[in-house]
Design a protein around this ligand. Structure first.
Ligand SMILES: Cc1ncc(COP(=O)(O)O)c(C=O)c1O
Length: 259
């Protein structure tokens, strides 16, 4: 990204309402919107502290800024209605992609009617070549039918399997005396190597032992299990109980090589 992007952006530490308040104070009347992942996945699978998202929403209201949730990763993954439903906070605008069309290319924006209506009659331009692409829309409808079936039964299974995987990995870390934390939500979590407290933001995540995380990643890959290079674990509905068992057995062997 060119540095000039920063001319229009103020960066404030995530999960830190004081930092956001200070940013508003430093730029009075200049901040149009605050954008963040509601559960930070890029940069560490961190669930926000209690009250943080509601605090951001309220601060945005007071300051006249829009609160935008980037649910590109969390949307349709941590719950049918995304992280916002799971955490009980609704943003003014939200963006989605990835899971919404089960792998077909689709991104979308949703939001408060009065904000969305600016696309119709307040001169906000929205162009694009593949808007409403037929295959992607059909894929999204088919995916949402699956995700909605039996009142979101698929999420209950995902939660169960993800929790079992998370707990299994934490037990293996204890067994091998490896300082590994398993943090996040069952559908997306991260394995951090640290003896310190649970990471609450990107800086904390960066301070963890990345060499060891990479060594674990490589050892797992030798065992035929490929996790994300940042040691993030994404669960799919295709990961059945047998695959969870197989993964835990592989993690057991991989962890033994870390000592
Ligand atoms: C949370 C999040 N937001 C936005 C994006 C970027 O989406 P795009 O590739 O459409 O710019 C990504 C890409 O992976 C992402 O993980």
């Amino acid at each position: 990204m060119p540095k000039s992007v920063l001319d229009d952006v103020v960066v404030a530490g995530w999960n830190d309402l004081d930092a956001l308040t200070a940013a508003f104070d430093r730029h009075p009347g200049e901040i149009a919107a605050v954008m963040m992942e509601p559960v930070m996945v890029n940069g560490g699978a961190v669930v926000p502290d209690d009250g943080y998202l509601a605090g951001v929403r309220d601060l945005c209201r007071v300051k006249g800024a829009l609160f935008i949730c980037d649910e590109v990763i969390t949307g349709f993954r941590v719950a049918l209605r995304g992280a916002q439903a799971r955490l009980g906070v609704t943003a003014d605008l939200a963006i989605y992609a990835k899971a919404v069309a089960a792998g077909f290319p689709l991104a979308m924006v949703a939001g408060r009617r009065d904000v969305m209506d600016t696309l119709l009659d307040k001169g906000v331009m929205h162009g694009g070549t593949y808007n409403g692409n037929v295959q992607s829309m059909a894929a999204a409808i088919a995916a949402l039918d699956e995700l909605e079936r039996d009142d979101g039964a698929v999420y209950r299974v995902l939660e169960q399997r993800g929790s079992r995987l998370m707990q299994g990995l934490a037990s293996l870390a204890a067994k091998h005396r490896v300082p590994m934390r398993v943090q996040g939500l069952p559908a997306i979590f991260q394995t951090f190597f640290t003896t310190g407290p649970a990471p609450r933001n990107y800086r904390d995540a960066l301070a963890c032992d990345r060499d060891r995380a990479l060594a674990f990643h490589c050892a797992l890959q030798e065992e035929g299990i490929r996790i994300n290079q940042m040691a993030k674990w994404f669960l799919s509905t295709a990961h059945d109980d047998a695959i969870i068992d197989e993964t835990l057995a592989a993690a057991d062997r991989a962890m033994a090589t870390l000592k």
